[in-house]
Design a protein. Structure first.
Ligand SMILES: Nc1ncnc2c1ncn2[C@@H]1O[C@H](COP(=O)(O)OP(=O)(O)OP(=O)(O)O)[C@@H](O)[C@H]1O
Ligand SMILES: Nc1ncnc2c1ncn2[C@@H]1O[C@H](COP(=O)(O)OP(=O)(O)OP(=O)(O)O)[C@@H](O)[C@H]1O
Ligand SMILES: [Mg+2]
Ligand SMILES: [Mg+2]
Lengths: 388, 318, 328, 547
C-alpha cells in the first residue's frame, strides 16, 4: 500500500528541540559576555604587538606605557574626562540609529552647541548664580544641536529625503557657521588668534571631590543609564525599534511615524548639544576657530559594536578613552607617530566585530564558520573527490 | 567696491579663466574616480564607508610606485593595487563573512590613515620627496576652442581615462550582464542568487573595483594633484565621494557632473578670493553645500538607495 | 595652596633639568614643528636638561597630554601651538609647572605662564620687498592654508612691503580653506591658480599644504620663472628645482633659553616674549638666488624696522589683510 | 521511507531512474527539525504534488533541491546520478527551475531584465534574443506579458506568470512550483493547469506545492504528504484514480493532520467548484438586515494608489453588525488602497469613511483601532510583523504603550509574555517559543500570529485582506471559522479576497472591485459565481486579467 510511512507517523514525535536558553543560562551568559568582550581586545592587542615587533618596537614597552599614561597615577581621571562627551555622543547616536535614522551631522551639532555655550557662558556666569547658568547653558547648547537637525528631520519625515546626505550637508554648513561665530560675534577681541572668550576657571563645572574629574562625567553616565532604560523598557523605545526594523510595520501598527522621526532627530541633536556643553564647561572653557574634535566619528564604531545597546557602549568607550589618553605618550616612547593608535583602534574594531559575529552565530546554533568560508575550505577537497 | 572691480577686471584674462576651469577639472577627478567606484559598490548593496582609507592607501602606494619607477602609470597601477588590497579586507570580512559593513568600513579608514602615516615616516624619515610634473595631452582640434579648449582638452592623459571610465561604467550598468547583476545584488540579492549568480562574488568584484578606483583617485591626488604624499591628504574626499554617489543615485554620468560641480566650486572660491572681495572663506566654503541643501529642500527628492544596501546576504536566512 | 608668586620664589634657584615640548604635528615639516623642536633640543643640550618630546598630537587631547607631561616631572613645558593655550594654562595652574604658550600676551601668570608673540609682519615686509624686486610680471601672490592670525600678519606685512617698492605691482591673495593646514593637493591647486593669474613670486604659508605650494611652483609652466618664498622653516633641503627664493625663518632658540633662565631666576611669567627682526627671532633666509643689491635693500629696510623708522602694519583679520592687499 | 515503498510506487512501465530523487534528506533549524529523513522521487512527465500543513517542511525540502538550503544529511540523485547541489546555480545547471514561495522577481527591473538575469555568459546583454525567447515561452504557456513593464508595477498574477517563464527560461528538466496558485484567480489556476499538462507532455518533471486539495487532485500524478518534516505517505496516480475523490480526500486529510482532525467540508477539499457553490448557499445564514445602521460606511471615497497600482475611485459601501461584506476582484485592482483607506494607513482624497456613524477621515490608525477597527494585512512579512522582534512583542505590536502591558510607559514583561502564551495556544501558532524571532516562522504561522493580534480584545469591524492565501487546509478552515464566529458575535467584516470560493463560502453580499471602482454588487446565491466573474472581467482589459 502506498502509505508506507503510516506506522512511522504513529511513532513519537521527534524529540523536542532544546529550549533556547536553559535554566543556567544567566550565569553562562555573563561568562560568555565577559569572554566575548575580552577575547577581541586580547587578540587586537596581540595583533598590535606583532605589528610593533615588525616595526622593530617593543610591544611590552608600548602597552605598559599605555597603561601607565592612561590609567596609573591620576591618568585614569583624564580618561574619565574624555569619556564624558563620548558617552553623550554615543547616547545621541543610539537614539537615532535604533530608529534606523542616520544623523551624521554630529560635528556641526556639537560645535554649534559648544560655540553657544562659550558665547553666552561668560555673560551668564556674570549675571546669574552658577546652577542657573549651568542649566540654561545646557539647554541652550541642546537647543542649538537640536535646531540644526530640524531641516533634515522635516525633509525625512515629510518627503523621505535621504538623511545621510542632508545631515552631512548640514554638518559642513554648520561647521562653517560655528567658525563664523567664533571669528565674529563670539571672538575674544583681546586675543590675537581667532578664538572665543574663555569661561572663567571658577565657573567651570566642579570636580567630583578628590579628583579632577568634572561632574559632567556623572551627568553623562546618568543620562546614558536613563536613556538605556527608556530605550529598552518603555513604549517609546519599542516604537523606535519597530520603526527602525520595519518602517512599514510601524505605519501599519499605528505609530505616528512623522512625529517619531522628528522627535528622535531632535533628541539626538539635543543630546549632542549637551555633550558639547559638558565638554566645554568641564574641560575646554573656550573654542578656537577650526577646532573640531569629531567625537561622533570616534564613537560610531563602538555604538555599532555594542549593537546599539547603551550599557554595552560604556566599557567600549572607557577602553577607547584609556587607549587614547595613554596612547599619545606611549607611541612617542617607542618613537612612532601617534597615528599608530589609529591602527590599533582599527584592529580592535576588526576583532570585536569578528568575535561579536561568531558569538551571534553561536547563539543561533550555527557553526562558527560561515557558509562561504566553510565552502571555501571544503571546495578543494570536493574537487579532488570529484575528479575522475 | 570699485577697488574690487578694478582688481577683478585685470584678473579674468583668458588664460586665468582657462586655468580656473582646468583647476576645477583637476580637483574633481579624484572625487570622480572614487565616487564612480562607490556607485558601483552601492549598486551592488555594499556601502563602502572605508573609501577614505582606501583612497589614502592608494595615494600612498601610488606615490611610492610613481616615485620609485619614475612613471605616473606605475603610480596609478600601484595606487589601484593598494586600494584594491584595502578593499580585499572589506570583501573578506563584510561581503564574505557578513560582518557589519559600517564598522569594517570605519576600521579600514582608520587603519588606512594610521598605516600610511606610519609608513610615510618609516619610509621617508620625515622628508617629503616630490614628483616631477607630468605631461599634459592636448586633443588636437578641440584644444583650440577658446578658453574651454585649453581648460578641458589639455589635461594629463589620466583625466581622459577618467572620463572614458565614466562612460564605460554607464555602459556597463545599462548594457551588460555585469550591470544587471550588480543592480540585482543591491535590489534583491536573493533573486540574483535564485537566478544562479553568486551574490557574494558579484559584491566582491564590485567592492574590489571600488577599492581600485578609490586607489586611483588617491593616487591621482598624490601623483598629479599634489605631486607629493602627505598624511591625511584626502581631507575627507572619501566621504564626499559617498555623498556624491548617493546624490547621483549611482548613475555615473551624474557622478561626473556632481564631481565637476564640486571641483569648479572649489576653483570659483579661489577666484572669488583673488578678486579681493571681502567675504570670509567660511562663507565661500559652505556655498556648494548650502546649494545642495537648498536644492534638496526645494525638490525634496529622496536619493534612491538600493533596498539591500549595507545588508549582508546570507543565503536561505529568514 | 601656594600663590603663584610663592611658587615662583620657591622655584627660583632651582636648576631646570627636564624640559618637555608638545607639538601638534610631525616635527619634520620644515616649518613650525621642526623649528620648535630644533630650538628646544638646542636649549636643552645647552643647559644640560633632558628633553621630552611629544609630537603629532593634534588638538583634541591636549589637556590630558599636557597633564601627563606635567606629572612626568617636566620643569618647563612648551605647549607649542596657540591652540594649546587654555589647556596649557589650566595644567600650569593645576600642576604648578611653568608652561610656555603662544600669542596670549594678557594671560601671564607669574612663575607659571608666559607666552611668545611673533612680529611676523616684519619678516613679511622684507619678503614683500624681495618679491617686488624679483617680479617680472608685476604680479605676486600670497597663499595661506587656513585662517590663522600669524599668516594674516605675514600677509599684511608682505603686501605693505610690496607697496613700499612699487605701488603698481598687483598682489593676489588666496586661502585654501578655513582649516586646510595639511591639504597639499589644495595647496598645489590654489598656488597654480595664482601662477596662472600671472603671479611669478608666491609667498606661501601653511603646514603640509606648503609641500603643495612648492610643488606648484616647481612644476609651473608659466613660460617664465616662478619663485617661492616660504615661512617659518627652511625648505631648502627639499628644493630640487631651485625655486626657493627665501623664507621667513622663525627661531625660538633664544626665547626658550631666556625662558629657562627666567624660570631659574624666578622671573618667569612676568613678561611675554616676542620674536622680532631685532632680536633675531625672525630673519630672512639668504639664498644664492637673491642678488646682492636686493639683499642690501632688505637689510636697509630691516634696520629701519628695528629702529622704528618703518612701522609695519599688523593685520589680524582677513579683512585687514584684504585691505592691505587692495591698497598695494 | 523504506526502499520498498519507493519501489512499490514506481510503475513498471517507467523507463530508467526518476528525473530527481531526494534520498534521506534532513534539515534542522534552530528549534525545528524542518526535514526528517525525507525521500522523494519525481519522474519525467509527472506532476508530483507535495502536500502538508503550514510549517510541514515543504518549502525547506524544495529549497534543498534548488540549492537555497544545504541539507544536514541526505543525497540528491538526478537521473540516478548523485548530484552535488551547493547553490541555486548548480541546480539551474542541472535543469532544475524553481518558482519560490516568496517572489524572486526584482520589482525595480523590467520583466525582460528579470528574465535575463543570470541567463547568458555573454557580457553584453542581447535584448533582441531575449525578447524572442520570451515571446516563444509566453506563447507556449499561452500568456501575454509586456517585456518592458517594470515588474513591480504588475499585478501579482502577472508576476506569477513571469516567475514561471523565468523558471522555464533555462530549459528546465525539472520544474518546482512552491504554491504558485495562492494568488491566482480561478481562471489563472486553470491556465496554469493547462501549462502543466503541456510541460508534462514535453517530459518535464514537475514538483507542485499547494494547499488546495482540488488542485492537487486535478493535476497530480502522484502526491506525497509531509507532516512535521517527514514524508508520511504517498499516493500514486493509480491509487488516486482507483479511489473516489471522497476516499482520496479522507486519506490525505488523515495523513496531513492525523486522525483526530475534523476539517469539515472546506471548499479546498471539494473536487469540483460546483460543490463549493452549493456549500456557500447552504451555509449562508446571515441575511443583511437593511434597516440596521451600518457600523462601517464608505461614502464616495477616493484614495490614491501606489505606483501603477490603481487607488480607489468613488467607492461607497456599508457594513452592518454581523455582516460579512465580500470584496471580489482580480488582484491589483485597488484592494490594498481600499483596505488601507479603511484602516487609516492611507488618507482618503475625497469622500468620507464613517465608523458607527461618525466620520473618521481625520483619525489615524491607532485612533481607529481604539474605536474597534482592525485590519489584517495581506503583506504579512512586509508590514505585518517585525522579523527581528520576538513572537511575543509582535503579538502585542498594536498595543504598545497600552494598559496593562505597559504601565506609565514601562513594559510589564510578565503580562506581555502571559498574554502571548495565551494567544499562541489559542491560535495554535507553531513556534519554538514566544521569544523566537517572528521572522523565522512559516508563512501560515505568521498569519495566525497576525490574526491573534488583530482579533484579540474586542474587535468591532475587521478588514481582512486575503486572509487565507498560502494557508493550509486546517488553518484556512480555522481562519474562516474565526471570521464566522466573529460576525456571529456581532462584529462586522470586510473580506477582501481573490479567492471566489472563499467569498462564496463566507460573504452574504459581494461587491466587485475593478480598477479601483465598485462595478457591481452581488447577493450570494446560486449563480453568484458567474455574475461576479462577469463583473470582474467585464471590461476585459483590466490590469492583471488573465489572458
Ligand atoms: N525597546 C523596547 N522597549 C520595550 N520593550 C522591549 C524593547 N525591546 C525589546 N523589548 C522587549 O522587552 C523584553 C526584554 O528585552 P530583551 O529582549 O532585551 O530581553 P533580554 O535580552 O532577555 O533582557 P536583557 O535586557 O536583560 O538583556 C523582551 O520581551 C523584549 O522583546
Ligand atoms: N531559514 C530558517 N530559519 C529558521 N527556521 C526556518 C527557516 N526556514 C524554515 N524554518 C522553519 O522550518 C519549518 C518548515 O518551514 P517550511 O517553510 O519548509 O514550511 P512549509 O511546509 O513550506 O510551510 P508553508 O505551507 O507555511 O509554506 C518551519 O517551522 C519554519 O519556521
Ligand atoms: Mg537583551
Ligand atoms: Mg512553504
Amino acid at each position: 500500500m502506498a502509505i508506507a510511512a503510516e506506522d512511522r507517523a504513529a511513532a513519537p514525535a521527534p524529540p523536542a528541540p532544546p529550549p533556547a536558553r536553559t535554566a543556567t543560562g544567566r550565569g553562562q551568559m555573563v561568562v560568555l559576555t565577559f569572554v566575548r568582550s575580552l577575547v577581541p581586545v586580547v587578540l587586537a592587542l596581540l595583533a598590535g604587538a606583532v605589528l610593533l615587533l615588525v616595526l622593530g618596537r617593543s610591544p611590552v614597552r608600548f602597552y605598559s606605557d599605555v597603561w601607565r599614561y592612561g590609567v596609573e597615577l591620576n591618568n585614569w581621571q583624564n580618561s574619565a574626562v574624555l569619556m564624558a562627551p563620548l558617552l553623550l555622543m554615543a547616547a545621541a547616536l543610539v537614539v537615532v540609529f535604533r530608529a534606523n535614522i542616520w544623523n551624521l551631522g554630529y560635528d556641526a551639532q556639537y560645535l554649534l552647541g559648544a560655540v553657544f555655550v562659550v558665547g553666552y557662558g561668560p555673560w551668564m556666569f556674570a549675571h546669574f548664580p552658577r546652577p542657573v547658568a549651568y542649566a540654561v547653558l545646557f539647554v541652550i547648547a541642546g537647543l542649538a544641536g537640536a535646531i540644526w537637525t530640524i531641516v533634515p528631520a522635516l525633509l525625512r519625515a515629510y518627503f523621505g529625503t535621504n538623511e545621510i546626505i542632508t545631515t552631512l550637508m548640514m554638518s559642513f554648513i554648520g561647521i562653517d557657521v560655528a567658525n563664523i561665530l567664533v571669528k565674529g560675534p563670539f571672538q575674544d577681541p583681546t586675543v590675537t588668534i581667532p578664538q572665543t572668550k574663555t569661561i572663567p576657571y571658577n565657573d567651570m563645572l566642579p570636580n567630583i571631590p578628590g579628583t579632577h574629574i568634572h561632574v559632567g562625567f556623572l551627568v553623562a553616565l546618568g543620562i546614558v543609564l536613563v536613556l538605556h532604560y527608556l530605550l529598552t523598557r518603555t513604549s517609546f523605545g519599542l516604537r523606535l525599534q519597530v520603526f527602525g526594523e520595519n518602517p512599514k510595520a510601524a505605519r501599519h501598527v499605528g505609530i505616528n511615524v512623522r512625529r517619531l522621526i522628528i522627535s528622535s532627530f531632535l533628541w539626538s541633536g539635543f543630546l549632542i548639544g549637551v555633550s558639547a556643553a559638558v565638554d566645554i564647561l568641564g574641560l575646554w572653557s573656550y573654542v578656537r576657530s577650526n577646532w573640531n574634535p569629531s567625537y561622533g566619528n570616534t564613537v560610531i564604531p563602538f555604538v555599532f559594536l555594542a549593537r546599539l545597546n547603551l550599557l554595552a557602549v560604556i566599557p567600549f568607550v572607557a577602553f577607547y578613552a584609556v587607549l587614547s589618553t595613554g596612547g599619545d605618550l606611549a607611541t612617542q616612547a617607542v618613537s612612532l607617530p601617534t597615528d599608530f593608535l589609529l591602527v590599533i583602534v582599527a584592529l580592535i574594531l576588526l576583532f570585536m566585530t569578528i568575535i561579536e559575529f561568531l558569538g551571534r552565530r553561536r547563539e543561533l546554533g550555527q557553526s562558527y564558520l560561515t557558509k562561504g568560508l566553510r565552502e571555501a575550505l571544503r571546495q578543494p577537497l570536493v574537487r579532488r573527490r570529484r575528479s575522475p | 567696491m570699485t577697488a574690487v572691480l578694478a582688481a577683478a577686471s585685470g584678473l579674468f584674462t583668458q588664460s586665468f579663466v582657462t586655468a580656473l576651469i582646468a583647476g576645477g577639472v583637476l580637483a574633481s577627478i579624484p572625487l570622480m574616480f572614487t565616487a564612480v567606484g562607490e556607485a558601483i559598490s552601492e549598486r551592488s548593496g555594499v556601502l563602502n564607508i572605508g573609501l577614505e582609507g582606501m583612497m589614502l592607501v592608494g595615494a600612498y602606494t601610488g606615490f611610492l610606485g610613481a616615485y620609485e619607477a619614475h612613471s605616473m602609470w606605475v603610480g596609478f597601477l600601484t595606487g589601484a593595487l593598494g586600494g584594491g588590497v584595502a578593499a580585499a579586507l572589506m570583501v573578506v570580512l563584510s561581503v564574505r563573512m557578513g560582518l557589519d559593513q559600517i564598522v569594517i568600513g570605519i576600521a579600514i579608514t582608520l587603519a588606512g590613515e594610521g598605516i600610511t602615516s606610519v609608513l610615510q615616516q618609516a619610509q621617508f624619515g620625515g622628508a617629503y620627496p616630490r614628483l616631477p610634473a607630468y605631461p599634459q595631452v592636448a586633443i588636437p582640434g578641440l584644444d583650440s576652442i577658446p578658453i574651454l579648449g585649453k581648460s578641458l582638452f589639455d589635461q594629463p592623459l589620466v583625466v581622459y581615462f577618467g572620463l572614458g571610465l565614466v562612460a564605460a561604467v554607464a555602459w556597463m550598468f545599462s548594457r551588460t550582464r555585469w550591470g544587471l547583476e550588480l543592480r540585482a545584488a543591491g535590489e534583491k540579492p536573493e533573486a540574483l542568487d535564485a537566478a544562479g549568480v553568486s551574490v557574494l562574488n558579484t559584491r566582491s568584484y564590485a567592492t574590489l573595483a571600488t577599492g581600485a578606483l578609490a586607489g586611483v583617485g588617491g593616487a591621482y591626488l598624490s601623483v598629479i594633484a599634489a605631486g607629493t604624499f602627505t598624511p591625511f591628504m584626502t581631507q575627507g574626499q572619501g566621504y564626499m565621494a559617498i555623498v556624491i554617489a548617493m546624490l547621483a543615485r549611482g548613475r555615473p554620468v551624474w557622478v561626473a557632473v556632481a564631481s565637476f560641480v564640486f571641483g569648479i566650486s572649489l576653483s570659483l572660491s579661489t577666484a572669488l578670493q583673488l578678486t579681493g572681495i571681502n567675504i570670509s572663506a567660511d562663507v565661500i566654503n559652505m556655498l556648494p553645500f548650502a546649494a545642495i541643501m537648498l536644492a534638496l529642500v526645494i525638490f525634496a527628492r529622496s536619493a534612491y538607495l538600493p533596498p539591500a544596501l549595507a545588508v549582508p546576504y546570507v543565503r536561505g536566512a529568514r | 595652596s601656594a600663590s603663584p608668586t610663592t611658587a615662583a620664589k620657591a622655584r627660583a634657584g632651582v636648576k631646570v633639568t627636564k624640559i618637555a615640548i608638545a607639538l601638534p604635528a610631525k616635527p619634520t615639516d620644515y616649518g613650525w614643528n621642526q623649528q620648535g623642536l630644533d630650538a628646544a633640543k638646542s636649549v636643552a643640550s645647552s643647559v644640560g636638561a633632558k628633553l621630552t618630546t611629544i609630537s603629532n598630537i593634534g588638538y583634541n587631547n591636549t589637556q590630558s597630554i599636557l597633564s601627563q607631561l606635567a606629572q612626568s616631572g617636566a620643569q618647563f613645558i612648551i605647549a607649542h601651538a596657540s591652540g594649546y593655550d587654555t589647556a596649557a594654562k589650566q595644567v600650569a595652574l593645576r600642576y604648578r609647572v611653568p608652561v610656555m604658550t603662544y600669542d596670549v600676551p594678557n594671560e601671564l601668570v607669574p612663575g607659571l605662564v608666559s607666552t611668545i608673540t611673533t612680529s611676523a609682519e616684519q619678516g613679511g615686509y622684507l619678503a614683500g620687498i624681495l618679491a617686488a624686486k624679483e617680479t617680472k610680471t608685476g604680479t605676486v601672490g600670497i597663499v595661506i592654508s587656513a585662517s590663522d592670525s600669524n599668516w594674516f600678519e605675514m600677509s599684511g606685512g608682505f603686501a605693505a612691503g610690496v607697496a613700499s617698492v612699487n605701488k603698481k605691482i598687483k598682489v593676489r591673495f588666496a586661502e585654501i580653506g578655513p582649516a586646510s593646514y595639511d591639504d597639499s593637493a589644495g595647496g598645489k591647486r590654489v598656488a597654480s591658480t595664482l601662477i596662472s593669474a600671472n603671479a611669478d613670486v608666491i609667498f606661501g604659508m601653511g603646514d603640509d599644504a606648503s609641500f603643495g605650494y612648492l610643488q606648484a611652483v616647481s612644476t609651473a609652466k608659466a613660460g617664465h620663472k616662478v619663485w617661492y618664498i616660504g615661512d617659518i622653516g627652511n625648505m631648502g633641503p627639499i628644493d630640487k628645482q631651485h625655486v626657493l627664493l627665501s623664507s621667513e625663518i622663525w627661531s625660538f632658540t633664544k626665547v626658550f633659553k631666556q625662558a629657562v633662565t627666567d624660570i631659574q631666576n624666578g622671573t618667569y611669567g612676568k613678561h611675554a616674549y616676542n620674536l622680532t627682526l631685532g632680536n633675531g627671532g625672525i630673519s630672512m633666509l639668504k639664498t644664492q638666488y637673491i642678488s646682492a643689491p636686493v639683499w642690501a635693500q632688505m637689510q636697509a629696510a630691516k634696520a629701519k624696522i628695528v629702529s622704528g623708522a618703518i612701522k609695519v602694519p599688523v593685520a589680524l583679520t582677513l579683512g585687514a589683510v584684504k585691505k592691505l592687499v587692495a591698497a598695494a | 521511507m523504506a526502499d520498498g515503498a519507493l519501489g512499490a510506487g514506481m510503475s513498471p512501465t517507467d523507463p530508467g531512474a526518476p528525473a530527481v530523487e531526494l534520498v534521506g534528506i534532513s534539515k534542522q533549524f534552530p528549534g525545528v527539525l524542518a526535514n526528517d529523513d525525507v525521500h522523494l522521487a519525481v519522474r519525467r512527465g509527472e506532476v508530483h504534488c507535495l502536500l502538508g500543513e503550514n510549517g510541514a517542511g515543504k518549502s525547506t525540502l524544495i529549497s534543498i533541491l534548488s540549492g537555497m538550503q544545504r541539507p544536514d544529511s541526505g543525497t540528491i540523485l538526478i537521473d540516478g546520478e548523485p548530484a552535488r547541489i551547493r547553490s541555486p546555480r548548480d541546480a539551474l545547471k542541472m535543469g532544475i527551475g524553481t518558482v519560490y514561495q516568496h517572489s524572486t522577481l526584482i520589482p525595480a527591473l523590467s520583466v525582460l531584465e528579470n528574465l535575463m538575469l543570470g541567463e547568458s555568459r555573454r557580457i553584453v546583454l542581447d535584448r533582441g534574443r531575449a525578447r524572442a525567447r520570451m515571446a516563444e515561452i509566453a506563447k507556449m504557456l499561452g500568456v501575454e506579458v509586456d517585456p518592458d513593464a517594470r515588474t513591480g508595477d504588475l499585478a501579482l498574477g502577472r508576476q506569477q506568470q513571469v516567475e514561471i517563464i523565468s523558471a522555464l527560461w533555462k530549459g528546465s528538466r525539472v520544474l518546482v512550483l512552491d504554491e504558485p496558485t495562492s494568488m491566482l484567480t480561478p481562471q489563472g489556476v486553470e491556465e496554469l493547469e493547462k501549462v502543466l499538462v503541456q510541460l508534462k507532455q514535453q517530459g518535464t518533471a514537475i514538483i507542485f506545492i499547494t494547499h488546495k486539495l482540488h488542485e492537487a487532485l486535478a493535476v497530480s500524478d502522484r502526491i506525497t504528504i509531509l507532516r512535521r518534516g517527514r514524508a508520511i505517505g504517498e499516493l500514486s496516480s493509480e491509487e488516486i484514480r482507483s479511489s473516489t475523490p471522497e476516499q482520496n480526500r479522507a486519506t490525505i486529510v488523515r495523513l496531513m493532520f492525523g486522525d483526530a482532525t475534523d476539517i469539515g467540508d472546506a471548499p479546498e477539499l471539494q473536487t469540483r467548484i460546483e460543490d463549493v457553490e452549493d456549500l456557500g448557499a447552504r451555509r449562508l445564514t446571515i441575511a443583511a438586515g437593511d434597516e440596521e445602521e451600518p457600523i462601517l460606511e464608505l461614502k464616495s471615497v477616493s484614495a490614491p494608489g501606489d505606483g501603477l497600482e490603481p487607488g480607489i475611485v468613488d467607492v461607497s459601501m456599508k457594513v452592518r453588525a454581523g455582516q460579512i461584506l465580500g470584496v471580489a476582484g482580480i488582484d491589483g485592482n485597488g484592494q490594498r488602497a481600499l483596505a488601507e483607506t479603511i484602516a487609516g494607513q492611507r488618507r482618503a482624497r475625497t469622500g468620507s469613511v464613517e465608523l458607527f456613524g461618525t466620520p473618521v477621515n481625520r483619525l489615524g490608525v491607532s485612533a481607529r483601532q481604539k474605536l474597534g477597527l482592525r485590519y489584517v494585512t495581506d503583506d504579512r512579512l512586509g508590514e505585518g510583523i517585525v522579523r527581528n522582534l520576538s513572537v511575543s512583542i509582535n503579538l502585542l505590536l498594536k498595543r504598545i504603550g497600552e494598559q496593562p502591558f505597559w504601565r506609565r510607559g514601562r513594559i510589564d514583561a510578565r503580562k506581555v509574555n502571559a498574554a502571548a502564551l495565551e494567544l499562541v495556544a489559542e491560535y495554535d501558532i507553531r513556534t519554538p517559543g514566544i521569544a523566537t524571532r517572528a521572522g523565522t516562522l512559516s508563512g501560515g504561522n505568521i498569519q495566525k500570529l497576525l490574526l491573534a493580534r488583530e482579533l484579540s480584545l474586542g474587535p468591532k469591524v475587521v478588514v481582512f485582506n486575503k486572509p487565507t492565501y498560502g494557508l493550509d487546509l486546517r488553518t484556512t478552515e480555522n481562519v474562516r471559522e474565526v471570521i464566522r464566529r466573529l460576525t456571529a458575535e456581532g462584529a462586522g467584516a470586510v473580506l477582501i479576497s481573490t479567492d471566489l470560493d472563499e467569498l462564496l463560502e463566507l460573504a452574504g453580499e459581494i461587491v466587485v472591485l475593478s480598477r479601483g471602482r465598485l462595478v457591481g454588487t452581488v447577493q450570494n446565491g446560486r449563480d453568484a459565481a458567474e455574475r461576479i466573474g462577469a463583473l470582474m472581467i467585464g471590461d476585459g482589459d483590466s490590469p492583471g486579467a488573465v489572458a
